[in-house]
Design a protein around this ligand. Sequence first.
Ligand code: NAD
Ligand code: TDX
Length: 336
Amino acid sequence: TFEPRSIIVTGGCGFVGSNFVRHVVDNHPGVHVTVLDKLTYAGNPENIAGLPEDRVELVVGDVCDEGLLERLVPGHDAIVHFAAESHNDNSIADPEPFVRTNVVGTYRLLEACRRHDVRYHHVSTDEVYGDLALDDPTRITEETPYRPSSPYSSTKASSDMLVRAWARTYGLRATISNCSNNYGPYQHVEKFIPRQVTNVLCGARPKLYGDGRNVRDWIHAEDHSSAVWEVLTRGRCGETYLIGADGERDNLTVLRTILRLMGRPEDDFDWVRDRPGHDRRYAIDPSKLRRELGWKPLHTDFEAGLEATIAWYRDNEAWWRPAKEATEAACAARGQ
Ligand code: NAD
Ligand code: TDX
């Protein structure tokens, strides 16, 4: 077992990263967290507000900044790398920041870890494996070949490849996890579930892309966090672990559940233009993680998790309201 005392969490002011920081503070009392975050449109310091100052420090900066990494990295036991440009639709409109942050940023972190012999964990996505047909009986495993579809997923795939090469060639102590679609509190309103929930809260109609039959494999962000901690501390270096919680559902079903839970008729939404290159289905086989590390999800009732998430957005309008108008304007500009 690897027992880090001091870790850097990149992207710790984003959705999944901030859930991970809270998870570490709540469950691993001896660990100090340095959050490195550029505070892009997706990063919000409120996501980690109220955590004890002697446990969590925020450093505002860019993972591409080599000089900053050279000052920051020494003295830390591990880097857990969440920072990324994360939204597929943005990557289609303007891929450049995705190449920079996701590919070059990962390269800079790997080099800093190599120079200072720091353990590295790389947070990635199931989207690197591309999509499955709706009727495909198989699921994605660690052996599935990479076949990314979007600018976003291709930059995540590129960064995963760099990690594998640094582990093999330089012997860097590195692991990779590829997780399915997360939901939960603090998710940006550009993403599917928060967008639809906040649309209903605003009195606007939800927007469903294409035919609505695309399948995503949903997992609560807290379960993603506990899995990343297990891989960081007990995973084998050089290995990849898939993270998923058997949560396959199509978008139409998720949307109808949201509408029902919010007291709206199940057909009270608009069909909008499909996403170009839209992946059909993701489905994760998480048996390696369960078998080797004994990990289990806690949030196994999706509808209960969704209900709690809806309640969070209802109670935290001040958190999401400032981003809502600009997000909807960007969607409207592309007919979505
Ligand atoms: P997010 O967009 O909510 O947060 C990204 C964070 O990274 C923000 O705080 C942002 O300010 C920061 N950031 C962006 N560019 C940066 C840079 N150059 N330097 C420093 N910080 C920078 O994203 P998320 O949904 O929380 O995803 C986090 C990670 O988890 C990503 O690597 C993503 O690929 C991965 N992931 C997410 C999901 C999901 O469903 N959300 C699923 C699987 C994997
Ligand atoms: O308004 C919408 N209507 C809609 O039908 C939006 C925003 C999305 N969708 C569809 C597209 C997808 O099939 O819902 C599904 C989920 O969309 P997103 O929330 O944009 O997520 P996705 O593209 O699946 O990617 C997410 O999961 C994997 C994260 O954004 C990635 O960072 C992560 O790697």
